[in-house]
Design a protein around this ligand. Structure first.
Ligand SMILES: Cc1cc2nc3c(=O)[nH]c(=O)nc-3n(C[C@H](O)[C@H](O)[C@H](O)COP(=O)(O)OP(=O)(O)OC[C@H]3O[C@@H](n4cnc5c(N)ncnc54)[C@H](O)[C@@H]3O)c2cc1C
Length: 448
């Protein structure tokens, strides 16, 4: 493609490069390709899907990391419907548990909460007030200046903080919770409680039959039918401005010219591949990511009746037990049960670099400590997966550190999960962000 061809192209048939073939990149690609643009996606991993990609568990394939859909995920549900997968969406009632002092407690209903022995009635009252107060806050920006500890101690009291909130924060963020702003708990409470059916006060969660692989295969098909391409196993090494107009991308030893390029990967990659002329990326260390180590156990028996069992016990090496099979029908998983055991750490934590064998031994020992009756003969498979750049640590005044979609160059855009300044990392927010981006910049992409 010559400079003249890139410059002379009409807006309706632009060549658009997208860096990153996760849900953000592929959802953008599908929308832009369907409006007549020539779209090319670069994905460095051997398969598309990013953090929501799939994993071969042997007897079946399911998401590499656990994923659920909430009834309040309206943008995501609408997207699933629009790409023709409404009939593959399933909903089930689920339960939440809390493990503390070597005891399991259900926290799935108001009655469970009243029976919860860890807190006295006054602490429970303050906890409920904190949650109600959180659900009424609309101006999240003022929460950015206050630590999550300050906020929770102020509204729930020190005793409730120490007994209830602190173990949860430690489980989700480790000691780094001390640097995180109150926005974290606000987004967490909002999302957690939106999983409840308002009328029945029961928790309901959903999934797409076949897992996220079904969604990605459909997106690949739609992109291909609109003459777009998704190239996997190709890492973008550099992105820079062309002399007159447009952007060029260097990947796999080749340089390609585009009218417009959208970057959807993490901030550290943006910093390493993008010419500073295009975007002012925050300096190294300014945005710290959490990574995750996740052991998946495939077993012949169900391990927990909960979808999420929160763990408030620092002797257990993982931070939760996700009973995927309490949500997903076992005919999706060859009659076996799938349980994930995640642990979140900062992305440079040495734990992320430990061997699979090492992690497996430690997590299995922790599992035995929690479930002394568990019999290893029920294990059909153990899988260790890890991701380094999962979610930025939402420190004080985090939103001021983020690169906005509009960059220094009119043909280069950044749309990534680091921009989730007032939400948790989730796929509803990914689709909402894609929709908002196309709404804001639709005219520049000739979308009306
Ligand atoms: C443990 C875990 C549990 C989760 N649970 C849920 C859940 O229950 N519900 C929910 O809604 N969401 C959940 N999520 C979040 C969900 O996975 C993310 O919202 C989603 O995957 C983000 O998609 P993305 O495309 O923005 O980013 P990513 O998936 O990170 O995609 C970015 C892509 O860019 C690629 N890339 C990076 N650099 C380059 C380069 N130089 N060249 C080419 N390609 C590059 C990467 O390989 C990657 O594929 C969970 C995530 C994790 C890790």
């Amino acid at each position: 493609m010559t400079q003249a061809q890139v410059g002379a192209r009409t807006a309706a048939g632009m060549r658009i490069g997208i860096i990153g073939g996760g849900l953000m990149g592929l959802a953008l690609a599908e929308r832009l390709a369907s409006t007549g643009h020539q779209v090319h996606v670069y994905e460095r991993a051997p398969q598309p899907g990013g953090l929501a990609t799939w994993h071969d568990f042997g007897p079946f394939v399911w998401d590499r990391f656990y994923h659920v859909i909430l009834p309040s995920d309206t943008a995501l549900v609408e997207f699933i419907r629009r790409i023709g997968l409404a009939e593959r969406l399933n909903w089930s009632p689920t339960r939440t548990g809390y493990y503390v002092d070597e005891q399991f407690h259900s926290l799935s209903s108001g009655l469970d909460f009243l029976r919860f022995p860890l807190l006295n009635p006054w602490s429970k009252f303050r906890l409920v007030l904190t949650i109600l107060y959180c659900s009424r806050i609309s101006d999240w920006r003022r929460l950015e200046h206050m630590t999550v500890e300050e906020f929770l101690v102020r509204y729930s009291g020190r005793a409730t903080f120490e007994k209830f909130w602190k173990p949860l924060l430690l489980a989700k963020l480790g000691e780094h919770y001390r640097r995180v702003s109150a926005v974290f708990i606000w987004t967490y409470v909002k999302r957690l409680f939106s999983a409840r059916d308002a009328a029945a006060q029961k928790e309901h969660l959903g999934y797409v039959s076949g897992g996220y692989r079904t969604v990605f295969e459909r997106l690949l098909d739609l992109i291909a039918r609109a003459r777009g391409s998704v190239r996997t196993g190709i890492e973008v090494q550099a992105v820079r401005a062309r002399a007159a107009k447009g952007i060029e991308v260097v990947a796999g030893g080749e340089t390609e010219a585009f009218d417009k390029v959208i970057f959807t990967g993490p901030v550290n990659v943006l910093r390493s591949i993008v010419d500073p002329e295009l975007a002012q990326v925050p300096p190294h260390g300014d945005i710290e990511y959490l990574g995750v180590i996740c052991m998946a156990l495939v077993t012949r028996k169900q391990l927990v009746p909960y979808y999420i069992l929160n763990i408030a016990d620092d002797r257990i090496p993982f931070t939760g037990v996700i009973g995927m099979s309490s949500l997903v029908a076992t005919d999706e998983t060859s009659g076996l049960y799938l349980t994930y055991l995640p642990k979140y750490v900062l992305s440079d934590d040495p734990m992320l670099r430990r061997t699979d064998e090492d992690i497996k031994a430690e997590f299995l020992q922790g599992f035995h400590n929690m479930f002394p009756d568990f019999d290893d003969r029920d294990i059909a498979g153990v899988h260790i997966n890890r991701a380094f750049k999962v979610q930025p640590l939402q420190v004080l005044d985090y939103s001021a550190r983020v690169q906005t979609p509009r960059t220094r160059h009119q043909d280069f855009y950044v749309v990534n999960t680091a921009q989730f300044v007032n939400n948790t990392l989730n796929n509803n927010e990914v689709i909402r962000t894609v929709n908002a981006f196309l709404q804001q910049f639709g005219a520049e992409f000739a979308i009306t």
